[in-house]
Design a protein around this ligand. Structure first.
Ligand code: PMV
Length: 328
């Protein structure tokens, strides 16, 4: 039987040598073509490919070092082993190291402000796999690190690279071909603005939301095929440098994902009245000529896609938005 342990044991050298001190950084990312739905929950395999933009300086720094006892900290504060997030991190470390894991110090620091409304699990698991790879001199290809990061969080597959990145759905039952790769892009002026609606923890995790949508939403049936087509089309448009078409398609893809959630029984609704008000303000400005588009994930915050030339218009329309240059 193939399970997570078997995949890690087959991918990471065994036995691992003694660790040394290592540090790694991985950026957060925002999907332009969304991952929504798992075909295998144990292996965390997606039903469709997805494509994202990494967020440059916004992400996670992780240090791994040998230690006398296990110690995990997040932004300078110790994290108890039984907290859900900490348990997920140690489970990942256990899988990576295999039997007879040495005690480790793991220090993780986010440059994504906790209140920025951006997920940090993607950059967190990408930085973790990368720091473990260095600490144990495992010398894994980036694609293998991406494939393993998938077991921490699906979107983490895409945080191993800067710029535009595609996570391929893959065909193999064991999921070893379900990892990301970077895309040659031609959109240097691409920018993101995060319009914050709520920075608190979400009511329903993305994993819960997608599992429930897959199980109960009659609209989900059309999602995997449509999402795959959107991903292929956005990849081609990103390569061509066609910003307007990328933005329009990314917005349509995000709204189709939210439509599939709304049709779940009972509905999964991450959109708040303020999110909708921001979307309407954007659509009104677009009718007046502003070239900007929106995307939303498993939360109420609105992420805008625009080009550098529209920066002042975006700031005028959304004065509190956090502007991100993904290539800075
Ligand atoms: O990686 P997860 O399990 O947090 O899921 C991410 C899901 C979305 O953010 C909604 C879409 C995506 O592709 O990032």
């Amino acid at each position: 039987m193939t399970n997570a342990t078997a995949i890690f044991d087959a991918s990471v050298p065994r036995p691992l040598g003694a660790p040394h001190v290592a540090e790694a950084y991985a950026p957060a990312n925002i999907a332009l073509s969304k991952y929504w739905g798992k075909r295998d929950t144990a292996l965390n395999l997606p039903t469709n490919s997805s494509l994202s933009i990494s967020l440059g300086q916004l992400g996670t720094h992780t240090k791994v070092a040998p230690a006398d006892t296990d110690h995990l900290s997040f932004n300078g504060r110790a994290m108890g082993g039984d907290a859900t997030a900490a348990a997920k991190i140690w489970r990942f470390v256990d899988r990576f190291c295999g039997v007879n894991r040495p005690n480790l110090l793991i220090e993780t620091t986010n440059t994504v402000p906790t209140a920025a409304g951006l997920a940090s699990s993607a950059s967190g698991f990408a930085a973790l796999v990368s720091a473990l790879n260095d600490a144990f001199a495992a010398d894994l290809p980036k694609e293998t690190q991406s494939m393993l990061a998938r077991f921490g969080s699906g979107s983490a597959t895409r945080s191993l690279w800067p710029g535009f990145v595609r996570w391929n759905v893959g065909e193999r039952r064991d999921g070893t071909d379900s990892h990301a790769r970077p895309i040659d892009a031609n959109l240097p002026d691409f920018r993101i603005a995060v319009v914050l609606v709520d920075s608190g923890p979400k009511a329903q995790s993305s994993s819960e939301g997608m599992t429930h949508t897959v199980k109960t939403s009659p609209l989900y049936a059309t999602w995997p095929t449509q999402a795959e087509a959107d991903c292929d089309a956005i990849e081609a448009l990103v390569r061509d440098g066609d910003f307007g078409s990328v933005g329009a398609l990314a917005e349509a893809n995000a709204l189709a994902m939210h439509a599939s959630m709304l049709a779940a029984r009972p509905a999964v609704c991450y959109i708040k009245p303020a999110s909708l008000a921001h979307l309407e303000a954007l659509w009104a400005a677009r009718r007046d000529g502003l070239e900007a588009y929106a995307t939303m994930d498993a939360g109420p915050n609105v992420k805008l896609m625009f080009e550098e030339k529209s920066r002042d218009d975006i700031i005028a329309l959304f004065p509190t938005a956090q502007i991100i240059n993904p290539f800075a």
